[in-house]
Design a protein around this ligand. Structure first.
Ligand code: FAD
Length: 300
C-alpha cells in the first residue's frame, strides 16, 4: 500500500455508507449489525436505496425509520421517478419527510424493461434526475439533494458532454452533491471531475467505492451499468472462488489501495457501497485514519 497513508489526517476524511432495504428478517438483522458496527465512524449520512418504480417504498421507509429510532445517524432516502407521476413521487417525498428524512438521493432509475432496454419517462412524471431534484427542492428548499454521476459515462448517454450537461442541470436544480457510480480506474474519475469543473460544476463529486464481496456479481453488474472491469482485477480474484477469507483480504486491499490513491489526488469524501456488510468497509475506513470501536471479537 501507498506509503503516504502515514500522513493521513482523519479529520479531513468524510464518509457515507449506502445500504439496501432488507427482504426478510435475517437480512434485516445483518443490516442493523452492519449499521451499528459502522456508526462509530460518524458518517455524514447513511443512505437507503429505493427500488425502481417504488417497489421498495415500504421497506425503504421502514429501514430509514429504524435507523432514526435506534441510532443518531442521519438517513438519506434514495428515490427514483421511473414509472410514477410527479404527484406520486411528491407524496413519497412527504412520507419520508414525515419520518424525519431531510436528505434525498434523487435518481431517475433504470428502464422498466430492465437495464439495456429503452427508457421511457412517465408522461406525467419527472423525466430524469435533474427534474426530480428540482421537484424535491420545490417541496422544501431546505431538503438536501444528492444526485448520481458516472465517471465512465452512463450507458444510455451518447457521449460525456451529454452526461456532464445533465449533471450541470442537476446542480442548477439544487443538488448539492453528486455521488458516482462505482469505478476501479481512478484516472477515469479524475478526468471526469476535471471535465465537470471545466463545465462550471462546483459541487462535490464524491467517489462511490465498492468493496468487492463477490467478483462474479460485480463483473456482471459492471457490464450492465457501463463500469469498466480492468483485467488485473479479475486476476487478483482468480482461484479464490472457494476461499472467502482470502477473497475478503484481497478485496479490502484493493479498495484500500484505491481510496489511498484518491486521497493522494486530493479526495476527502468517500461514499461506500456496503452491500449491507460492515467488515470490509470497516477495515478500509480504519486505514483511512478513521477510528471506530475496538472489539474483542474483531481482534480475535
Ligand atoms: P440520470 O442521470 O437522470 O440519467 C442517466 C442518463 O440517461 C443520462 O446521462 C442521459 O443521457 C440519459 N437520460 C436521462 N433522461 C433521459 C430521458 N428522459 N430520455 C432518454 N435518456 C435520458 N437505482 C435504483 O433503482 N435505486 C437506487 O436507490 C439507486 N441508487 C443509485 C445511487 C447512485 C449513487 C447511483 C450512481 C446510481 C443509483 N441507481 C439506483 C442506479 C440508477 O437508477 C441508474 O443508473 C439509472 O439508469 C439512471 O438513473 P440516474 O438518476 O443516474 O439518471
Amino acid at each position: 500500500l501507498r506509503r503516504s497513508n502515514a500522513s493521513l489526517n482523519a479529520n479531513r476524511i468524510n464518509v457515507s455508507f449506502e445500504f439496501f432495504p432488507p427482504k426478510n428478517g435475517d437480512m434485516e438483522t445483518t443490516l442493523f449489525e452492519s449499521v451499528t458496527r459502522l456508526a462509530p465512524y460518524h458518517p455524514d449520512f447513511v443512505s437507503v436505496t429505493y427500488g425502481a418504480g417504488g417497489s421498495t417504498r415500504g421497506p425503504t421507509l421502514n429501514t430509514v425509520r429504524r435507523i432514526h429510532a435506534e441510532t443518531d445517524l442521519a438517513a438519506a432516502a434514495h428515490l427514483t421517478c421511473v414509472g410514477s407521476t410527479r404527484e406520486e413521487v411528491d407524496a413519497v417525498v412527504r412520507e419520508f419527510a414525515d419520518v424525519g428524512v431531510k436528505h434525498f438521493v434523487a435518481l431517475r432509475g433504470d428502464p422498466q424493461g430492465g437495464i439495456g432496454t429503452k427508457y421511457a419517462p412517465h408522461p406525467g412524471g419527472y423525466a430524469n434526475g435533474a427534474e426530480l431534484a428540482a421537484g424535491i427542492r420545490a417541496i422544501d428548499e431546505d431538503f438536501e439533494v444528492s444526485v448520481s454521476a458516472y465517471p465512465e459515462k452512463h450507458p444510455e448517454s451518447p457521449d460525456f458532454a451529454t452526461d456532464i450537461d445533465l449533471l450541470k442541470r442537476k446542480m442548477d436544480a439544487g443538488a448539492t452533491r453528486a455521488i458516482t457510480q462505482f469505478f476501479f480506474d481512478n484516472d477515469a474519475y479524475e478526468r471526469y471531475v476535471e471535465r465537470a469543473r471545466r463545465a462550471g460544476i462546483y459541487i462535490p463529486i464524491v467517489p462511490g467505492i465498492l468493496p468487492i464481496h463477490n467478483f462474479g456479481q460485480v463483473a456482471k453488474f459492471a457490464n450492465m451499468c457501463g463500469a469498466d472491469i480492468p483485467d488485473w482485477l479479475g486476476e487478483r480474484f482468480d482461484g479464490l472462488e472457494n476461499d472467502p477469507e482470502t477473497r475478503a483480504l484481497v478485496a479490502t486491499t484493493i479498495a484500500a489501495d484505491q481510496v489511498m490513491d484518491l486521497v493522494e489526488r486530493g479526495v476527502h469524501d468517500f461514499h461506500f457501497y456496503t452491500m449491507n456488510r460492515a467488515k470490509l468497509v470497516y477495515a478500509i475506513c480504519h486505514m483511512l485514519g478513521l477510528r471506530g470501536e475496538n472489539r474483542e471479537e474483531a481482534a480475535a
